[in-house]
Design a protein. Structure first.
Length: 378
């Protein structure tokens, strides 16, 4: 509940619908920003392409204070083929490996990279641990947006039924055609875990991992299930696809968001009530992170800890100015951002240890508006 709209839509606004429509920031038509010189400017891709590109996707807070956004919207009439389904099973290692391996296979398929979105989680039923029920469920929520066509019986047989074929789902499972506006609410996950506290780590991959990865995750789940008073929520959210990819992958150049090659995002939460278990929860997350490192390091070029980790730091605790260039795919990308920083905030008024720094010397980089970051056409 502490995520602010201003920073969220500057950093990515990734969500369940990214495969179909891209990141939330990709739907920003314009925004108003208060700049270092005191002026307020309405920024669009057409009127100020450099600032529009930089603000959306690089480093929130580097450029000024964003006052509001104007978005493109999606109406039910534009998505006439939408369907939604929820299926759950009591956790067993065999069923988890079956579902997770099917998930990795199906989400990688180019044919459904924009139409099919599956959210997979292993955790207790919402609220159950508070009453002493620590049984874990495997929950699969899926959405067919159908922007490339309806879910035909043949497509359902190929891409949905493999999840349902091994063990019957629990009685509360269902699937049905629904308006996309209703599905957006149903896709919100009830995540009230009071009175438990948590440790959390997020991993992002540029691939859909193999069965060895699934086995490593299953090993860790089985280990954690033996720890009294503790439970997990491991969540798999697909973002990209192979071939031409999802819309998130295809929106290269819309803004400066650097990781357009993302395929999969994984959240690993460990909950505990006794503060004495906090360090144990952190160690379990660290262990899984290290065991699976080769899968989520984005071909070894991203920082050692991707995004949120159990050691998440704030701007007051960590100086990223020397590391920033490692967050962007090319050096030109970073140099272009620094050149724009010089243009809009030459005295570095908007500055923390996590904002884009001014160059050490005069930046002679000449901005090519048609090729910002070396991404080509926008």
């Amino acid at each position: 509940k502490s995520v602010g709209v201003g920073g969220h839509f500057q950093s990515s606004a990734l969500g369940f619908l990214a495969r179909t429509w891209g990141a939330g920031m990709d739907l920003v038509v314009s925004f108003r920003i208060a700049k270092a010189d005191g002026s307020i400017e309405e920024v669009t891709r057409e009127a100020n392409p450099a600032l529009y590109w930089a603000v959306l996707g690089s480093s929130p807070g580097s450029w000024g204070v964003v006052l509001d956004f104007t978005f493109d919207t999606i109406t039910n009439d534009e998505v006439p083929n939408s369907m939604f389904g929820v299926h759950s099973w009591l956790y067993s290692r065999e069923q988890f490996e079956h579902i997770a391996n099917a998930f990795m296979d199906v989400m990688a398929k180019e044919e459904v990279a924009r139409d099919l979105i599956i959210f997979l989680a292993v955790n207790p039923a919402p609220g159950a641990p508070a009453s002493g029920d620590f049984r874990h469920l495997i929950t699969m929520m899926w959405l067919w947006t159908g922007i490339d066509g309806p879910l035909t019986p043949e497509l359902r047989e190929q891409y949905v039924e493999p999840f349902l074929s091994r063990v019957p789902a629990l009685p509360n499972s269902f699937s049905s055609p629904l308006p996309i506006s209703d599905i957006a609410y149903l896709f919100q996950y009830d995540f009230d875990n009071r009175p438990f506290r948590y440790q959390v780590h997020s991993m992002s991959t540029d691939n859909y991992p193999d069965s060895k990865f699934v086995s490593l995750v299953a090993d860790e789940i089985d280990f954690r299930l033996k720890i009294p008073g503790m439970y997990s929520s491991i969540q798999f959210q697909p973002l990209g696809g192979n071939g031409a990819g999802s819309q998130l992958n295809r929106n290269v150049g819309k803004n400066s968001f650097p990781w357009r090659n993302l395929k999969l995002h994984i959240d690993d939460w460990v909950f505990f009530k006794d503060d004495a278990q906090s360090d144990l929860a952190k160690r379990r997350i660290d262990y899984l992170r290290l065991k699976t490192k080769k899968y989520w390091r984005n071909n070894g070029v991203s920082p050692d800890s991707s995004w949120m980790t159990t050691d998440t730091a704030t701007a007051d605790e960590l100086d990223l100015t020397k590391e920033w260039k490692n967050y962007f795919p090319t050096r030109q990308w970073f140099r272009d951002l620094q050149a724009i920083k010089v243009m809009v905030d030459p005295n570095n008024l908007f500055s923390t240890n996590m904002t884009i720094p001014l160059p050490n010397s005069a930046n002679s980089n000449v901005l090519d508006i048609k090729n910002l970051g070396g991404q080509g056409k926008r």
